[in-house]
Design a protein around this ligand. Structure first.
Ligand SMILES: Cc1ncc(COP(=O)(O)O)c(C=O)c1O
Length: 374
């Protein structure tokens, strides 16, 4: 057989990449362990399921499946623009916000350029940066005894910005740590970034934040034309499986992102589902309320089990297991509870647990207590 070292053939940036590690799907656990009673708190999904409005709209659109979607997403962009009070030409749609993060890398990064992000930042930033051969400059994060332990240190990030920097990725709040910034800290950072450096503020979990901590990122766009805000329908809007997200930016930036966007990147069902859930305020309120209650439930359980957790403004909690998280992860898995180990983030003692429904949280807590006592 003719042998070929495909690794040698791969683009240099791709050779050292590790694939993104998704949460374990329930179906895999069913196959591997023969379990049937499974809960998954591993991918920061919305435990409410999708908005009924999205389901109804999708059902009504099923007959459209033989057609390509509207490649410009006119209706969804128009509705988003009206809701957010922004011009439609500032919006770039993606199949999830991950897609938009990749568009930023493809449009602005080259092997001659650098992207800056923090240690423990969302795993997609290094992937999209290195995949295009650009250099990742990783800023050290806050120390463990900081008020936002392991969170981004904006000063350290700013210090890494050089002539070669084209993009800075900031997650607010960040996954997997859950840490966030005061609006003032973020605004001060933007004031000091050179105008030729694009700053992506990733707001995947924005809807879960305390209103007092919400930055007016869209309102800042005029003052900071180098700002790109990314948001998603995957989390509070409960449409992770549909894959819709978007960026809001200066129209010239949006034009460049759209040049590298695949035609029809967002499916027709995704477009109608997102459109239908956009104004489902009642659903959003339920999602937030459930998350707040679940967060309190999990935090109280951590206190009772004498486990500390990182502060979180998202729909998940990063818990310090005080021993290798993998051990606990596997023991939970064997009992049908899927959570997320974060050793790939260099946080080997932690587990990230997504907030579920009250009974799901309860089951996680009981199972964890059992595992810790074993
Ligand atoms: C911080 C952050 N940004 C972006 C995303 C991407 O989500 P999606 O591609 O589903 O919009 C995630 C998903 O986990 C995330 O945690």
């Amino acid at each position: 057989m003719r042998q070929c070292d495909f690794l040698e053939l791969a683009a240099p940036g791709v050779r050292t990449l590790q694939p993104y590690q998704p949460g374990k799907p329930e179906s895999e656990l069913r196959r591997e362990y023969g379990l049937t009673d499974i809960i998954k708190l591993a991918s920061n999904e919305n435990p409410l399921g999708p908005s009924p409005r999205a389901v109804a709209a999708i059902q009504e659109s099923l007959h459209e499946l033989a057609r390509y979607p509207d490649g410009n997403g006119f209706e969804l962009k128009t509705a988003l623009a009206a809701r957010l009070g922004i011009p439609p030409e500032t919006i770039t749609l993606g199949k999830g916000s991950n897609d938009v993060l990749e568009l930023v890398a493809r449009a602005f990064l080259t092997p001659e350029h650098e992207a800056v992000f923090s240690e423990y930042a969302f795993a997609v930033y290094p992937i999209v940066t290195r995949a295009v051969g650009a250099v990742a400059r990783v800023a050290r994060a806050n120390p463990a005894d900081h008020a936002m332990p392991y969170g981004h240190d904006l000063e350290a990030m700013g210090a890494l910005i050089s002539q070669r920097t084209r993009v800075v990725f900031i997650a607010n709040p960040n996954n997997p740590t859950g840490t966030w910034f005061s609006p003032q800290a973020l605004e001060d950072f933007l004031e000091n970034v050179p105008p030729g450096v694009l700053v992506v503020v990733d707001e995947a979990y924005r809807e879960y934040m305390d209103p007092a901590d919400l930055p007016d990122t869209l309102g800042w766009l005029e003052r900071f034309p180098n700002l790109i805000v990314t948001r998603t329908f995957s989390k509070a809007y409960g449409l992770a499986g549909l894959r819709v997200g978007y960026a809001v930016s200066h129209p010239h930036v949006a034009d460049l992102l759209n040049r590298v966007r695949q035609p029809f990147n967002v499916s027709n069902l995704a477009l109608v589902g997102a459109l239908a859930s956009l104004d489902d305020e009642e659903y959003l309120v339920r999602a937030r309320t459930l998350n707040e209650a679940g967060m309190a439930q999990l935090k109280a359980a951590c206190d009772a089990l004498e486990l500390s957790c990182l502060p979180s403004a998202g729909n998940f909690l990063c818990i310090d297991m005080q021993r290798p998280g993998q051990e606990i992860f596997l023991a939970l898995l064997a009992r049908g509870v899927i959570v997320r180990p974060v050793d790939n983030y260099n946080l080997p003692r932690f587990l990230r647990v997504s907030i579920g429904t009250q009974p799901e949280n309860e089951r996680f807590i009981q199972t964890l207590a059992e595992v810790l006592a074993a």
